[in-house]
Design a protein around this ligand. Structure first.
Ligand code: CUA
Length: 351
């Protein structure tokens, strides 16, 4: 009796674990400042995420029905033919070589697998063969340890960690086509509500596209383990109505103002090796290793979503980046508290 209880308990636990796995599939941690909370693949707001969800619901339904039939028959057999007091202990009659049954359990699974292959390959082909319309936005996303470089070659814009795209509304399709590259190790670009995952692989270019229809901010995450700060390699996709997107493009295309209200901070910045890693367009800072800072203050977060882009966040980051993101490539510049305040004041002029 004890043994049977254990077995039942184990089965229940196993089932609960499997259910948790299914429910958790596609969730990423809430991103700083994202009031929407957790995001899920079962709540798509863009092509191709919608198509992928439709397919997975069909596959889940087919697999769920198979599970229900098999588990139902199993439970029926266990209950109906259980050992009863007074039963003889001899073996029941054994059935061998039933052609009908064997044909049925060979052909039926074959048909099911065939249907699954057909619908899956049609969805894959639909997504991969999409050609960019002339209105499409082209962007290049480059994975770094541990941040995202985002370039719009046709628009002359370079930014980081926050991908801005137009929404496809009634005025015609405005998909965004992404070229995915890596500067170091393999990463994976994943914004669950917009699309499936696609890897960023060194010395290779992968392609993907998104076509969100609803303006908003969509959080995502690097989905390929890429080192200690993999979990803090967050991404945000900001979807704008088309006219607002045009305004954003216009703002980003401007060079940074060279006359600033924080001349001391500017001096500290340009006297240190900050300029070897960061670009500020319109100045002598032309470094390429770190994020482009030309319009730093247009971003909501710092360090790929690890901190809010506020005066406090900036102060903490400039003072010692390792306190926020251990192992990141930006060193502690050993600035005095006064210098940190001055640099932060200068950075805040980069609107
Ligand atoms: Cu980049 Cu994980």
């Amino acid at each position: 009796m004890r043994l049977r209880h254990h077995k039942i308990l184990r089965a229940v636990l196993l089932f609960a674990f499997a259910l948790t796995c299914v429910v958790c599939a596609g969730h990423v941690e809430p991103v700083l400042g994202n009031t929407d909370g957790v995001t899920s693949i079962f709540r798509p707001l863009s092509q191709p995420a919608q198509q992928i969800k439709d397919l997975s619901v069909l596959v889940l339904a087919i697999c769920g029905s198979i599970f229900a039939v098999v588990a139902g028959l199993l439970v029926y057999a266990i209950v109906r033919f259980r050992h009863r007091a007074g039963d003889e202990l001899s073996e029941p009659p054994q059935v061998y070589g039933s052609n009908q049954i064997e044909l049925a359990w060979t052909i039926l699974p074959l048909l099911i697998v065939f249907v699954l292959i057909l619908v899956t390959s049609r969805t894959i082909a639909d997504i991969q063969n999409r050609k960019p319309p002339p209105t499409a936005v082209q962007a290049t996303v480059i994975g770094h340890q541990w941040w995202w470089e985002i370039r719009y070659p046709e628009l002359g814009i370079v930014t980081a960690n926050e991908l801005h795209v137009p929404a496809s509304d009634g005025r015609g399709p405005r998909p965004t086509f992404l070229k995915l590259q890596s500067a170091d190790v393999a990463h994976s670009f994943w914004v669950p509500e917009l699309s499936g995952k696609t890897d960023l692989i060194p010395n290779r270019e992968n392609l993907m596209w998104i076509e969100p229809t609803k303006p908003g901010t969509y959080p995502g995450n690097c989905a390929e383990y890429c080192g200690t700060q993999h979990a803090r390699m967050l991404i945000r996709v900001v979807v704008h109505p088309p006219d607002e997107f045009a305004r954003w493009v216009n703002e980003q295309q401007q060079s940074a103002a060279t006359e600033t209200s924080a001349p001391e901070g500017r001096k500290v910045f340009f006297a240190n090796s900050c300029v070897n890693c960061h670009t500020i367009r319109g100045t002598s800072a032309q470094g390429k290793f770190g994020p482009d800072l030309t319009h730093l203050m247009s971003r909501e977060t710092l360090a790929s979503g690890a901190a809010l882009n506020s005066a406090d966040g900036l102060r903490l980051w400039v003072h010692d980046p390792q306190k926020i993101k251990v192992g990141c490539l930006m060193p502690n510049m050993q600035l005095t508290d006064n210098e940190v305040d001055q640099v932060v004041a200068y950075l805040q002029t980069l609107k």
